[in-house]
Design a protein around this ligand. Structure first.
Ligand SMILES: C[S@@+](CC[C@H](N)C(=O)[O-])C[C@H]1O[C@@H](n2cnc3c(N)ncnc32)[C@H](O)[C@@H]1O
Length: 358
């Protein structure tokens, strides 16, 4: 065997067994170990006693995760948080704790079904849980809250980049379509005191958003409505926002959401989309791998997928919208701006023609 063949044989095994690290991460998150270590190092025996875990098994899990920079072992044998473990504590910026708990409660069971999804094209989630993802969340308020927490903690990763990439200051009214519990809309309203916000989502998320806006003192400027974005979207907005909505749905469903936005938009209104925007030719770097993992996540949990800017442009065109610009945020995340396509192309202003740079 040549050395490169041996390298590949080892590397493919590492990839094959990588889900074990994810399962270990979910286990320690569920046991509350990252939070327990926030106050300082503890031994496996102390952690096992406090969490009800099996001491020797826990010791092996903690030791295994030191190789992935989740924990580190001190000279006296106690465990402390390492870089990634800190990011898994509840108080960390953009904490991944809700995502780990969500994986443990729901998504990882769907990931397990990818071999079935590949054969059938149906999200494994639906088969595993007997209903689609958002219906299960409608039925389980605890999981709905957990899902909203995953989204609001993810928003912390990119809200500054979103505000930098798009000037919301002159938009009188911003409509956040599928805005979840209002974390992003609340953030944008805080940054722009002259702005009004309207959020649309399913009833439980709209109620959570209402509570968030009231707690943040935004009740006068922010309204949360429950409704179905496939059917109708609130009118009167100057800017419509879709963050991580389109990647949940197949092309036909995306065109239905975009068409509902288009119907609600006046000629001067703009649509802002925040999504992963994959390269036409995927690479192998860390950003490309994150996009690949999100593609597999969506495939197993929902009917959606990640798309390229060209694919977004085609969906927008089918809904009577025109892609005007694409700005990069963090990683392969992008902010895309679209405008209503006038029935008569000569009706486009010279300013609009000059912003065509995609
Ligand atoms: C991936 S989350 C994104 C949430 C939010 N935009 C954010 O970036 O944090 C998708 C959102 O779409 C909402 N949603 C799903 N189906 C919907 C529907 N038919 N009408 C309105 N909202 C819906 C979900 O409840 C969820 O809050």
């Amino acid at each position: 065997m040549r050395p490169e063949e041996a390298d590949a044989a080892v590397a493919v095994r590492a990839l094959l067994y990588a889900p074990l690290a994810s399962r270990a991460l979910c286990s320690v998150a569920e046991l509350g170990i990252p939070n327990a270590l926030s106050d300082g190092p503890l031994s496996a025996a102390e952690l096992a006693r406090d969490t009800g875990a099996h001491e020797s098994a826990l010791h092996q899990v903690l030791t295994a995760l030191t190789a992935f920079e989740v924990f580190r072992v001190l000279p006296d044998g106690r465990f402390a948080l390492a870089r990634l473990g800190t990011a898994l504590t509840a108080g960390a910026p953009a904490s991944a704790l809700p995502s780990a708990l969500m994986a443990q409660a729901l998504s990882a069971r769907a990931w397990q079904g990818i071999p079935d999804t590949v054969r059938t094209g149906t999200p494994a989630f639906d088969k595993e849980f007997g209903a689609d993802f958002f219906t299960v969340l409608d039925q389980r308020p605890d999981l709905r809250d957990l899902f909203d927490a995953t989204q609001s903690r993810d928003v912390e990763l990119e809200s500054t980049a979103i505000l930098r990439a798009h000037d919301f200051s002159s938009a009188g009214t911003l409509v956040d379509v599928g805005g979840g519990d209002g974390a992003l809309l609340g953030h944008i309203l805080q940054a722009h005191p002259g702005l009004r916000g309207v959020l649309l989502d399913r009833p439980a998320a709209a109620a959570a958003a209402r509570a968030r806006f009231a707690a943040a003192g935004l009740g006068e400027r922010a309204e949360a409505r429950s409704g179905d974005f496939f059917t109708a979207v609130p009118g009167g907005g100057d800017v419509y926002l879709l963050r991580e909505i389109l990647h949940d749905w197949d092309d036909e469903q995306c065109v239905a959401v975009l068409a509902a936005c288009r119907r609600a938009m006046s000629a001067h209104a703009r649509l802002v989309i925040v999504e992963l925007a994959a390269d036409d030719h995927p690479g192998t770097d860390a950003d490309a791998r994150m996009t690949a993992l999100m593609t597999l996540y969506m495939l197993s949990v929902l009917p959606g997928r990640e798309r390229t800017p060209r694919e977004f442009e085609a969906l927008l065109g089918a809904a009577g919208l025109r892609l005007a610009s694409v700005s990069r945020l963090t990683g392969q995340k992008a902010l895309l701006v679209a405008a209503p396509e006038p029935a008569d192309p000569s009706a486009r202003t010279s300013r609009e023609r000059s912003t065509d740079h995609v």
